[in-house]
Design a protein around this ligand. Structure first.
Ligand code: ZN
Length: 485
């Protein structure tokens, strides 16, 4: 039986069209999913939409449902355009999600961790979260530049405090493994502060799932959203009966962005512990990025539409571009103008050129694809080991770096061995075929490594290479993998 691997992205908040940040997280998870599938894992890759909350009701010109339906179409269309192979797409307005949430709340109530209270605080609709006075900048939420509302209302609270010491210990001992270390420290930092119990319902918000034990309350959108990771697996009250839940839970990794650390590393484990469900094994938290040195924002007009980018450069190039900018564990900057340059230098003149000239020579000089140079084999094997190490640790940027080390080595090897001069001096020199066989071997290693990143291009390269080996390529046939832009 195949080993399972359950990977998720956050469900994206349906407050606007998808931007490059959503594309980044989803591509990141997709690359890991594809890598794991190639390693013969039974992968379940979940993404979806978070469709409730005050902000959405506020934004909707028609009904909130119509508003989120339209947006969901956009997201689904983008994932197709970017070759995302998710196994499921969960929407929080779907009946199956609502069923799962209500089942979860039955369990939560049984646990005795819910109590009635009264909340008074400043609420930022943009964050869908309460915000402390001391975190305001000039009276505004620093992330949304909006004045928070003073809310005074009856809420139901979750006894978070009860679980904090255990969570702290689990994070410290990597029982909940938070990657990278800097985000783990961030979570521990939050835990060392005075973290209050959080309310799991809202009185004034109307767009959401009604709280089953008090009709005047709606379930807090954040709690409900976190539950998507198990409602997509058909969470039921008797959770031993759900086939999918039994098979895939706990998640092997949640991929999230740094802005939602607290919800995933503290609130989510506490809720799971309350109903006796196992905790996610790993949480990978990627850094946030700026566009051309500035925070992404509608007002600045620097939001890049990933769909347009894919139309212009192709999905594979966009996938490559986003992952190869900076290590995901750090914050980084996307230079919009740098796209063309990077495409031409890394793909057109780099990988594309190496493939093209090797295949052309292999055809012209009649490579037999038999004996290969030990030096090339050894080098390729060593690099693939490093690549796999990085992939297993979600270091995709670092994995790509290994691929390019091999590509540069092969370029140098070709130049040093100089098969074209050897051919000119003596076309029947046996050495020529061996040189080209060796580079082709290295290229096959590159194809294997790049496959999760650029699936379509690597498939084309593989098909071309197989034809070449079977002598089905005619003189003048070109692969033309990455035409210059
Ligand atoms: Zn805010």
């Amino acid at each position: 039986m195949k080993e399972k691997f359950y990977i998720t992205t956050p469900i994206y908040y349906a407050s606007g069209a998808p931007h490059i940040g959503h594309a980044f997280t989803t591509i990141f998870a997709d690359v890991i999913s594809r890598y794991k599938r190639l390693k013969n894992f039974d992968v379940f890759f979940l993404t979806g939409m978070d469709e409730h909350g005050a902000k959405i009701a506020e934004l909707a010109k028609k009904t909130p449902q119509e508003f989120v339906d339209e947006l969901a179409e956009k997201y689904i269309g983008l994932w197709k355009a970017l070759e995302i192979e998710n196994n499921d797409f969960i929407r929080t307005t779907s009946q199956r999600h609502k069923n799962g949430v209500l089942n979860f709340f039955e369990k939560l109530k049984e646990s005795g961790d819910i109590y009635e209270g009264f909340y008074e605080g400043l609420y930022c609709v943009g964050c869908e979260d309460f915000i402390l006075e001391r975190n305001l900048v000039n009276g505004l939420c620093p992330d949304h530049l909006k004045k928070p509302e003073l809310i005074k209302e009856k809420n139901y609270f979750f006894n978070l405090k009860k679980y904090l010491p255990v969570i702290k210990e689990k994070i410290e001992k990597n029982k909940i493994k938070i990657i990278p270390e800097s985000r783990k420290n961030e979570a521990l930092n939050i835990l060392s502060g005075d973290l209050p119990d959080f309310s799991i319902t809202r009185e004034k918000v109307k767009w959401g799932i009604p709280y089953p034990f008090d009709k005047n309350q709606i379930i807090y959108v954040w709690v409900e959203a976190l539950l998507n990771y198990i409602t997509a697996l058909d969470f039921s009250i008797d959770f031993s009966s759900g086939e999918k839940l039994k098979k895939y839970w706990p998640a092997d990794v949640h991929i999230i962005g740094a802005e939602i650390n607290k919800f995933h590393t503290i609130f989510w484990p506490a809720l799971l512990m309350s109903v006796n469900l196992p905790l996610p094994k790993k949480i990978f938290i990627h850094g946030l990025f700026t566009i051309n040195g500035q925070k992404m924002s509608k007002t600045l007009g620097n939001i890049i539409d990933p769909e347009k980018l894919a139309e212009k450069f192709g999905a594979d190039a966009v996938r490559y571009f986003l992952i190869s900018q900076f290590p995901a564990s750090e914050h980084g900057d996307i230079k919009e103008g740098g796209f063309v340059e990077k495409y031409n230098s890394d793909l057109a003149n780099g990988i594309g050129n190496l493939f093209e000239r090797t295949f052309t020579m292999a055809l012209k000089y009649g490579a037999d694809f038999k004996s290969i140079d030990e030096e090339v084999k050894k080098n390729s094997d060593e690099i693939i080991k490093k690549y796999e190490f990085h992939m297993e640790n979600f270091e995709l940027y670092e994995s790509l770096r290994e691929v390019f080390i091999l590509a540069k080595f092969l370029d140098r090897y070709l130049n040093d061995k100089n098969p074209w001069t050897l051919y000119k001096n003596n076309p029947s020199n046996q050495e020529i075929s061996k040189i080209l066989n060796s580079v082709v071997f290295g290229i096959e290693t590159i194809i294997k490594m790049l496959n999760p990143f650029m699936p379509e291009k690597m498939k084309n390269a593989e098909i071309f290479l197989n034809k070449l080996k079977n002598k089905e390529i005619k003189d003048g046939d070109k692969l033309n993998l990455f035409p210059r832009v």
